[in-house]
Design a binder for this molecule. Structure first.
Ligand SMILES: [Zn+2]
Length: 77
């Protein structure tokens, strides 16, 4: 069974969807019985949302694209 500290440790991976199914289920089960961790995760989600609003993904994609273009346009040695 997952403990609160395990949830705290894996919280960002969990929200990123970066966890193996077994761990995801473990956290989900813990969230069902633990209000503390539900609040905790909700808080993190809100923070992530705020950050995403400040730095929208599209902007990020554009940056990567233009960076790739710059690299492609570099003269070869
Ligand atoms: Zn907990």
């Amino acid at each position: 069974m997952f403990q609160c500290k395990d949830v705290a440790e894996e919280a960002s991976n969990y929200l990123d969807g970066d966890l193996p199914l077994k761990k995801r289920i473990g956290i989900l089960l813990h969230l069902m019985i633990c209000r503390c961790c539900r609040n905790y995760l909700q808080q993190i989600r809100k923070t992530i949302k705020t950050i995403t609003n400040i730095y929208p993904k599209e902007q990020h994609n554009t940056d990567v694209k233009s960076l790739a273009e710059k690299l492609r346009n570099l003269p070869e040695n």
